[in-house]
Design a protein around this ligand. Structure first.
Ligand SMILES: Cc1cc2nc3c(=O)[nH]c(=O)nc-3n(C[C@H](O)[C@H](O)[C@H](O)COP(=O)(O)O)c2cc1C
Length: 399
């Protein structure tokens, strides 16, 4: 009974300290700019204690946030009572790509990582294929019993992490130098370990927790570097994308295509040749050429499709001539074509409007490239002004 009470008290205390840790984590989040995952697996809770010490070390580094997560374990599958650390959320293999650094923790099982951890890592094959963890800092901590094979167990992680191309962050000289030598310590130069099997001593020891703190800090420092490089690379890529976008000189392109824009027809009523609203220019034209309609009449009779295409081309050239005026005399000031609406003088049986309209669409893309792409509608009409076989409404966007 007394034992049960003591256990309950210990449980409540631990819960408090978890909540404390979570609260601290949330407070520090606000100014955080790097995120480091502390991913652990545990059966007896020893690795979890080390994980919390690693997380504390991470958060001592300015701007670093530690995210504690565990991997699903067999205990859960056996349906036994969940333990205290089961309140820590589970990680999914794919989310490893999201962090700036990862600390991996597991019990030492026969000089190796635990089966659960091995199983989890074996599910990161997609991350490996897509180089998602390449260059990301990683560090390993482990809870051991006697300590037998603990360095080999850390190296069992290193094999996998190296195949992923991760940057390994060891404890180095700190792991062996900065420890309390009055009692046996589990620490190694490869990463923190704990000797949970040592009789008569609280584990992890203060020395082991101290090294775990330093290890977390060192990982956060490396993660900061990784984050900075990723940000710089992102900026370089963005700049390159902007620079690499070829800037077509539209006026030169017109010369290359042997296109001379006609004189813009003048309005013959109470309306304007073009209207600018916001950044957009609105223009409507028919197939006027030198003051006369080119190939007037209904498409099919007497206007042939070839003639209708010529009229459509002329109509678009009229539009471009007006667009140039709207763009302060330089078509390079046009950002993009937005929409064309083509009206064609046809009878009710005619259906090939799109074939004729292609003449205008193709010409626009030929001149402006990708920014000449537009949305489009084509409509048949019983008659059009001055018996023009075509009329086009156009919308463009200016820079
Ligand atoms: C299957 C198994 C194998 C183990 N092998 C080792 C070992 O090779 N070396 C060692 O020091 N401890 C070994 N241990 C002890 C655990 O590493 C130790 O209890 C550890 O603290 C458990 O971590 P946890 O509390 O996070 O579950 C083993 C335990 C189990 C269950």
């Amino acid at each position: 009974m007394i034992l049960k009470l003591v256990k309950c008290f210990a449980l409540a205390l631990s819960l408090l300290s978890i909540n404390n840790l979570n609260a601290q984590t949330t407070m520090k989040n606000e100014s955080s700019n790097i995120r480091v995952l502390v991913l652990f697996n545990t059966t007896g809770g020893g690795t979890y204690k080390l994980a919390k010490a690693i997380a504390e070390g991470i958060e001592k580094f300015p701007g670093a946030k530690a995210i504690l997560k565990q991997i699903p374990h067999f205990k859960e599958k056996t349906g036994k009572e969940p333990q205290l650390y089961d309140s820590v959320p589970y990680a999914s293999p794919s989310e490893l790509a999201e962090y700036d650094g990862i600390a991996f923790g597991s019990p030492v099982h026969f000089g190796n990582m635990s089966t659960d951890m091995r199983y989890f890592l074996d599910q990161t094959i997609d991350l490996w294929t897509n180089h998602k963890l390449e260059g990301k800092p990683a560090s390993v901590f482990m809870s051991a019993g006697s300590g037998a094979g603990r360095e080999a167990a850390i190296l069992s992680f290193w094999n996998t992490l190296a195949i992923h191309g991760m940057i390994l962050v060891p404890t180095g000289i700190k792991g062996t130098g900065e420890i309390d030598k009055t009692i046996p310590q589990g620490n190694t130069a490869f990463g923190t370990t704990s000797l949970a099997g040592m009789p008569g001593s609280e584990r992890p020891s203060k020395g082991e927790l101290h090294i775990a703190n330093l290890q977390g800090y060192a990982l956060a420092k490396a993660a900061k570097g990784y984050n900075a490089v990723q940000t710089t690379l992102g900026n370089i890529n963005n700049n390159m994308t902007t620079q690499e976008t070829p800037k077509t000189d539209i006026e030169a392109r017109l010369k290359e295509l042997n296109i001379t824009l006609p004189n813009a027809p003048q309005p013959v009523g109470n309306y304007k040749l073009f209207k600018i609203s916001g950044n957009q220019v609105f223009i409507n034209q028919v197939a006027l050429k030198d003051g006369k309609i080119e190939h007037p009449g209904m498409i099919g009779n007497p206007v042939t499709e070839e003639q209708a295409k010529e009229a459509t081309r002329q109509t678009l050239l009229n539009i471009l001539s007006i667009l140039k005026q709207a763009a302060a005399g330089d078509l390079n000031n046009v950002k993009q074509a937005v929409q064309l609406t083509g009206f064609f003088y046809t009878d009710e049986k005619y259906t090939k409007h799109a074939v004729i309209m292609n003449e205008a669409s193709n010409l626009l893309v030929e001149i402006f490239g990708e920014s000449g792409m537009h949305t489009r509608a084509t409509i048949g009409a019983a008659s059009l002004p001055l018996s023009s076989s075509v009329e086009i409404q156009a919308v463009f966007e200016l820079k």
